[in-house]
Design a protein around this ligand. Structure first.
Ligand code: NAP
Length: 348
């Protein structure tokens, strides 16, 4: 893999750089004051470490859960400390074998301009094979979530009728398209605007789509899939999950990937109220955590890269410019301001 000649060099590494800290734990929707922009020393890498100048940062829905002080599958962000998350950037100094200045790497110390990263937690990526930001989306964590959730947890079969919520987002847009590529008989998606709905049936080739803000999800789903569904990929929870439970046929499956409709709720969610239907229909509702599916990574990259090359799979990114705009990009993601993967591009 050739080093990128435009990548920054060690001599460009400043003594200090900016990072975003968690300033307060939100109650309900986060507000700008929950984040603090802090100038902090850039630490020279020690043995086994690399210093990375971040080029793109990922903002993801799961980060909202990490702002709460709650035990979960991933520890909460610490008050007064730098936040973290997916990032891609260029090595500017290396004390680790196999890593040289100019190498592009994916790692977990986002929400900062420069990161001193243990090399064992950094993965080299090829900027010639795909745009760097794609390693945060279609070829990264959201891509693997869609792939593993649909094919491994959801056990998609040819001829399945599939419904996916959050369908114009990073995960959902891939779920629907992969379902079509793998022979689903019907793919229905829901999203939160007319533009997104048009994209689903246009660019992404869904068979039907609806705007969940236009009317009850159950009614709109019944129109789009009058004979029901076999598989539901849930990114939203609440009314969407309730509608899917009603629409699923006997031995139907639901992949529980996310419940974004309730991430900012301050009270317990009202639904789904029809869970008991799962008994008679012998439904299987199974959660997915992408971290459990690392073994699928080589197969995922090979198959998805192939589809991208052939033009069978499309993806979108919503790019927010400027490190200072990272919290706003995150808030806009929660509000539905993105189509495809939301990323922040740092000033070159
Ligand atoms: P995304 O879909 O790109 O962005 C989030 C989208 O959620 C927004 O664009 C918005 O689109 C939608 N949304 C926000 N509030 C909503 C509401 N009240 N009802 C319905 N939709 C709402 O994000 P992503 O990264 O692809 O993640 C999608 C889901 O997968 C999230 O729930 C996330 O937590 C989950 N996830 C889980 C795993 C795992 O391992 N389990 C891994 C990655 C992601 P609209 O304009 O359509 O409302």
């Amino acid at each position: 893999m050739a080093a990128d000649p435009t990548a920054p060099t060690a001599s460009e590494a400043p003594a200090t750089a900016r990072e975003w800290h968690l300033a307060a734990r939100p109650q309900g929707w986060p507000v700008p004051a929950d984040f603090a922009l802090v100038e902090a020393p850039v630490r020279t890498p020690g043995p086994g470490e690399v210093l990375v100048r971040n080029a793109f940062l990922s903002v993801d829905p799961y980060m909202r859960g990490r702002m709460n002080d709650m035990k979960s599958y991933i520890p909460p962000f610490q008050l007064g400390r730098a936040m973290d998350g997916g990032a891609v950037g260029y090595v500017v100094a290396s004390e680790a074998e196999g890593f040289a200045p100019g190498d592009a790497v994916l790692h977990g110390l986002g929400w900062r301009e420069y990161a001193t990263v243990p090399a064992k937690l950094a993965v080299k990526v090829d900027p010639a094979a795909a745009p760097l930001s794609a390693y945060l989306g279609v070829l990264g964590m959201p891509g693997l979530t869609a792939y593993a959730g649909l094919l491994s947890v959801g056990a998609l079969k040819e001829g399945d009728r599939v419904f996916v919520s959050g369908a114009a987002g990073a995960v959902g847009s891939l779920v629907g398209q992969i379902a079509k590529l793998k022979g689903a008989a019907l793919v229905v998606g829901s999203a939160g605007s007319a533009e997104k709905v048009a994209k689903l049936t246009g660019d992404y080739g869904f068979d039907a789509a609806f705007n969940y803000k236009d009317g009850p999800v159950g009614e709109q789903l019944a129109k789009a899939a009058p004979d029901g569904i076999d598989l539901y990929f849930d990114n939203v929870g609440g009314d969407h999950l309730e509608a899917a439970i009603s629409a699923l046929g006997v031995h139907g499956r639901a992949v529980l990937c996310g419940a974004i409709a309730q991430y900012n709720d301050t009270s317990a969610p009202a639904g789904p109220r029809n869970l008991a239907m799962a008994i008679g229909k012998r439904l299987r509702l199974e959660g997915i955590l992408v971290g459990d599916h690392a073994a699928l990574q080589p197969q995922f990259v090979a198959e998805v890269a192939g589809w991208l090359k052939e033009g069978g799979l499309r993806f979108d990114e919503t790019v927010v410019d400027g490190f200072e705009n990272t919290p706003e990009a995150f808030l806009d993601l929660l509000r539905g301001g993105n189509t495809g993967k939301m990323v922040v591009r740092l000033d070159g």
